[in-house]
Design a protein around this ligand. Structure first.
Ligand code: FE2
Ligand code: FE2
Length: 280
C-alpha cells in the first residue's frame, strides 16, 4: 500500500496561495497539494486528490488564488474530457477554486455533492442539475470497483461537508477534519514532529470547528468509535499532508479539542498595530 513520498514539496516561501507538484500516495491516488499562507501562524495545506481508474474522480477542485497552478497540474494528470467525477466535500472557497471552470472544461464530469451544497452553490454560480449526483453521509457509491462510503467527519466547518472512506484502498478522505496549521510545507504527515502535529491540529481544529471546543469529550469519543473501527490505513485530509498509519494518533490529537479554550482571532487593536507597521 505504501509509496515513497517526496521529501521536499517546495523550497519557495509561501506568500500567496500556491499549487505544488502532484505526487502519488499509491493505490491509484494522487495528491494535488497547495498551500495557503496564514500570516503570523504558518501555512495551511489545501489539498485536492485524483483517484485513477476508468472513471477518474477528482476530490475537490483546488483553492481560490492558486487556480492557474492547480489547473496546470491537473491537466498533466488527466485529460479533462476523461474526468468522470468531481467529489465536492463542501462549498468553501479553499475547495472549489476551479469548480465552475471545471464544469465548463470537463464536460463529462458529474458532480458528487449534497442537496444543501447545491443550494449554497446556486447563490454564486450556475449549477447544471443534470450533472449532479447526490450523496448523504451513511450512503455509498461504487465507482471503478471502489466502494466509497460517504460519512460525516468528526470536525467540519460547513453543514454540507461529506467526507468518504474508500474501502478498496483503506483511505479516509476526511475533508477539513484532521487538518493542521504547519510551520512549513511537508509531503508526509509522518515527517512532522509529533508535538508539532498535535499542536497544529489542535489549533486548526479550534479555528475551523470552534463548536468542538464545547463538545463533551465522552460524546466525541462515542462519535469517533465508528471511525476507529474502520481502521483506515491512510488519511487524506484537505488540510494535512498525507498520513499513513497514523489514524489513531490523528483521532487522539483531535480529542484534545473538546473542552479546550476556543481560538479567538486578533482584535481591532491588533489590526491597528499591523496597519501602523505596514505604513511605517
Ligand atoms: Fe471548510
Ligand atoms: Fe477547508
Amino acid at each position: 500500500m505504501s509509496t515513497r513520498l517526496p521529501t521536499i514539496i517546495t523550497d519557495q516561501p509561501i506568500e500567496a496561495p500556491t499549487a505544488c507538484a502532484p505526487y502519488s500516495v499509491g493505490d491509484g491516488i494522487t495528491v494535488l497539494p497547495a498551500y495557503l499562507p496564514v500570516p503570523g501562524m504558518g501555512v495551511l495545506p489545501a489539498n485536492s486528490f485524483l483517484i485513477d481508474g476508468r472513471e477518474p474522480i477528482l476530490v475537490d477542485t483546488g483553492p481560490g488564488g492558486a487556480e492557474a497552478g492547480f489547473r496546470e497540474a491537473l491537466a498533466e494528470l488527466v485529460a479533462l474530457d476523461d474526468l468522470a467525477w468531481i467529489w465536492l466535500t463542501h462549498t468553501d472557497p479553499d475547495h472549489m477554486g476551479s469548480l465552475e471552470w471545471l464544469l465548463d472544461h470537463a464536460p463529462n464530469a458529474k458532480l458528487i455533492t449534497t442537496f444543501l451544497a447545491v443550494g449554497k452553490l446556486g447563490m454564486t454560480m450556475p449549477v447544471p442539475m443534470d450533472r449532479l449526483f447526490w450523496v448523504n453521509p451513511g450512503t455509498s457509491v461504487e465507482i471503478n470497483g471502489r466502494l466509497l462510503e460517504a460519512l460525516r467527519p468528526p470536525s467540519f466547518d460547513a453543514p454540507e461537508t461529506t467526507a468518504f472512506y474508500d474501502h478498496d484502498s483503506s483511505t479516509l478522505f476526511s475533508a477539513d477534519s484532521f487538518g493542521a496549521l504547519l510551520q512549513a510545507p511537508a509531503a508526509d504527515a509522518g515527517d512532522i514532529a509529533i508535538g508539532d502535529l498535535a499542536d497544529g491540529m489542535a489549533l486548526w481544529t479550534s479555528i475551523d470547528s470552534p463548536w468542538l471546543t464545547h463538545t463533551d469529550r465522552q460524546h466525541f469519543d462515542h462519535g469517533v468509535e465508528q471511525l476507529r473501527r474502520l481502521e483506515a490505513g491512510r488519511v487524506l485530509s484537505s488540510h494535512l499532508p498525507p498520513a499513513e498509519g497514523l489514524t489513531d494518533r490523528l483521532i487522539d490529537n483531535l480529542a484534545r479539542v473538546p473542552g479546550s479554550m476556543p481560538w479567538v482571532g486578533p482584535d481591532h487593536a491588533a489590526l491597528e498595530q499591523m496597519l501602523t507597521m505596514v505604513t511605517a
